[in-house]
Ligand binder design. Structure first.
Ligand SMILES: Nc1ncnc2c1ncn2[C@@H]1O[C@H](COP(=O)(O)OP(=O)(O)OP(=O)(O)O)[C@@H](O)[C@H]1O
Ligand SMILES: [Mg+2]
Length: 305
């Protein structure tokens, strides 16, 4: 979108959404115009909190759009994902969270009908430029899905999978990476005596930690987690949340969650999406406690969605 259009859009939407307005109850409560603009497919600029501007970004998304055939699923999303931090993506079902996550490692390339616009950069390197080696790119971006998907092989072979693909044969290197990754994923103590058993024999929560170990063994620059706990019980969920906390700093994590407590417990930044748009993005505490937009407040307090 050209700048003039953005300015017009900003002017048309902003006056009803001044900072702190979200806290006003009663008659001065702002009219909720953001969702109308989104639903009417009007130009719209996300509310990005200024503290994000001070962060160094591992991933930059710039006016990124995505269409499944004729249906537009992402609308000019522009956002940076800070290095060494956890960023949560929240929003109602179908708003495009998984689509955005899958776009980062070009998993959507596998779908014939998909067209994209805009750009994404990983540590400055264009993700969608012609000639990008997608296999190499996916080594730089780890992904863990909602449902644990260990490969039908041993625990050990699951963890060292990316090294095997790279042709690493040295047993000492493989063992070292296996232990470090399982320790990193909080699974070492439970798995160390059964490394050569099938990974499929692990419990769901253990399998999910194994998938995280497999992802971090490749030392990715970004780790994408798409609702990593939704198939897990509260204890396994707690372990994954602790793990995310521990990985913070060493890894840059972009995580989709439907669980508001989880987003507020584990993430540094939270991005709220609605109908394929980025609506508000800022430090998690601000987004949850004093969001700038009334619409964000409605969502995080469970008034809709
Ligand atoms: N492979 C596909 N082909 C066509 N449309 C798709 C495809 N995948 C997703 N969509 C559509 O794109 C939109 C966004 O879907 P997406 O899965 O990204 O949402 P989501 O925010 O992850 O939802 P949820 O919270 O339910 O996981 C939806 O309207 C969905 O129907
Ligand atoms: Mg999803």
């Amino acid at each position: 979108m050209i700048r003039a259009q953005r300015e017009t859009a900003r002017k048309s939407v902003k006056p009803t959404n001044q900072p702190s307005a979200a806290h006003h109850a009663g008659p001065e409560r702002p009219v909720r115009k953001v969702f109308d603009a989104v639903r009417d497919k009007q130009p719209f600029e996300a509310e990005i909190h200024p503290s994000l501007l001070t962060e160094e970004m591992v991933l930059e998304v710039d006016a990124f759009s995505l269409y499944y055939g004729a249906a537009q699923a992402l609308w000019e999303i522009s956002m940076g994902i800070p290095k060494g931090k956890v960023t949560a993506l929240i929003g109602p079902s179908g708003c495009g969270k998984s689509t955005l996550l899958r776009s980062v490692n070009r998993m959507n390339d596998l779908i014939d009908s998909v067209r994209i616009g805009g750009t994404m950069r990983l540590n400055g390197d264009s993700i969608y430029a012609a000639g990008v080696d997608v296999i190499e790119l996916r080594k730089r971006i780890g992904m863990v899905f909602q449902k644990p998907n260990p490969f039908p092989m041993s625990i050990f072979e699951n963890v060292v999978y990316s090294l095997r693909i790279d042709g690493e044969r040295k047993k000492s290197v493989l063992e070292e990476v296996c232990e470090a990754s399982l320790r990193g994923a909080g699974l070492w103590e439970e798995a160390k005596d059964r490394l050569h058993e099938s990974a499929l024999r692990l419990s769901g929560g253990q399998q999910q930690r194994l998938c995280i170990a497999r992802a971090i063994a490749a030392e990715p620059e970004v780790l994408l987690l798409d609702e990593p706990c939704s198939a897990l019980d509260p204890i396994a969920t707690g372990r994954i949340e602790d793990l995310i906390e521990e990985l913070k700093g060493s890894y840059s994590i972009l995580m989709v969650t439907h669980n508001m407590q989880q987003a507020s417990r584990t993430s540094d930044y939270t991005a709220f999406m609605y109908l394929g748009r980025l609506v508000e993005y800022g430090p998690t505490e601000d987004v949850f406690v004093q969001p700038r937009l009334a619409e964000t407040e409605d969502y995080v307090t469970g008034r809709f969605g």
